[in-house]
Design a protein around this ligand. Sequence first.
Ligand SMILES: [Zn+2]
Length: 377
Amino acid sequence: MTAVATDRLIKPHGGTLVDRTGARPDGVEELERVALASRELSDLDMVASGALSPLEGFMSRADYERVVEEMHLESGLPWALPVCLAVDAAPSGDTVALTDGDDVRALLEVEQVFEYDKEREAERCFRTTDSNHPGVARLFAQKDLYLSGRVTVFERAEPAFPELALDPSETRAAFAERGWKRVVGFQTRNPIHRAHEYLTKGALETVDGLLIHPLVGDTKSDDVPAATRVECYRVLLDEYYPADRVVLSAFPAAMRYAGPREAIWHAICRKNYGCSHFIVGRDHAGVGDYYGTYDAQLIFDEFEPHELDIEPMFFEHAFYCRVCGQMATPKTCPHGGDAHVFLSGTKVRELLAAGELPPVEFSRPEVAEVLIQAYRD
Ligand SMILES: [Zn+2]
């Protein structure tokens, strides 16, 4: 395959796509080891691939402080969430081996070890210090110091879905091959129903291509399993989307459930994958009642115009309206709730668990069949 020029696409965050992969050096087995938690392993792999450009490793104190307080890196670039490595104690050497269990994955050139305030990080980043919040609970449970430094990753994470594992350089090449310039990214951690189909297609009408980029990293145990969701996307794309306008790939991030800040973080990551636009729905990356319905949209106003470069596309909750005779949202339909086909998440789960198809106005039957099968297993 010949290389395709990707210079028509949006530039990566900070201008250059970071590549922190490298060959395994001699002697790594003898180095002091730092075992990474699941979320940290996911961050490590995203640094390696450039998904977190311009980060080259785990954050320094200066970056961390400014991100927590002002949503910017020390350099002045926007950034919304800490990407930090928690440790018990300062390492003795200047290089440590980062491990996944017994497996050495990467080296870290020790830059700093610093204390941090978990309550403050929770309050600023999650807007709550309630330990019932899954992101806050993880933060409070983690080790008490942060270790910063540049990483070199010589063993990449084993992707959950190898055929969907595209690094930013690969999605960029895929977009360029198709001749796309303007690409909208869609983040999801749920099965796609008609509402999501409507907004992804609405967005696609205005750009060249669509990246369906489901999150397959760690989620809460009560979210629908990634394998089931991926199967839903496949059957939906096969039947209802033109193949030459859509790329399906897995987003390897772990959910933080940080709501508004995570929406910014997700947008910046998608910019690195080559998306010029990013869909932000209601309560993006939220959990429980911690965030207002539109907080994840409003937070984009806290940045200067064009500062993020990637353009957010805000969407309302969509439904089928019997009077309009089509999918619509409160923005485009004047009719009352009685005209709308609306099912609560609980109601949908009840139907599926009983082996019944939800109305076709709510779910494509092909998708519902996948979900019913998943409930049976
Ligand atoms: Zn209507």
